[in-house]
Design a protein. Structure first.
Length: 122
């Protein structure tokens, strides 16, 4: 009698290619996000960021200090493309501040914050 070894982790052999792909920001999207980020860094409001690429979403997290929780998260969820829009800005508490189909329109929420930051420095 031959015993088979016990496999602790089974690998699914019929996994589709769609489950192996991860969501990412393409170059124009990242350029748009980094433009806003650079303006806020110049105003002294933000100091660090992180990028996370997951199966269902890509996240650009914004920090005031590196050891804190993110102040804001810019998320891209392609599954919501046909519904309320694939882009969203989420505050630290998890509240969705703005959601939409176009990244530029969603990022306009930071224009008000930039004006407040510039007014406080003057």
């Amino acid at each position: 009698m031959v015993e088979e070894p016990i496999s602790l982790h089974r690998v699914a052999r019929d996994m589709s290619a769609a489950t192996l792909l991860q969501v990412y920001f393409d170059r124009p999207e990242l350029n748009c996000i980094l433009t806003v980020y650079g303006r806020m860094v110049a105003a002294g409001e933000w100091r660090d960021y992180a990028l996370d690429f997951l199966e269902e979403m890509a996240v650009f997290s914004i920090f005031r200090n590196a050891c804190e929780m993110p102040l804001f998260r810019i998320e891209k969820r392609p599954k919501l493309r046909q519904r309320q829009g694939q882009y969203s800005v989420v505050a630290a508490g998890g509240v969705i501040l703005k959601r939409g189909h176009e990244l530029g329109q969603v990022l306009k929420i930071f224009d008000r914050k930039l004006l407040k930051a510039q007014a406080s420095t003057e």
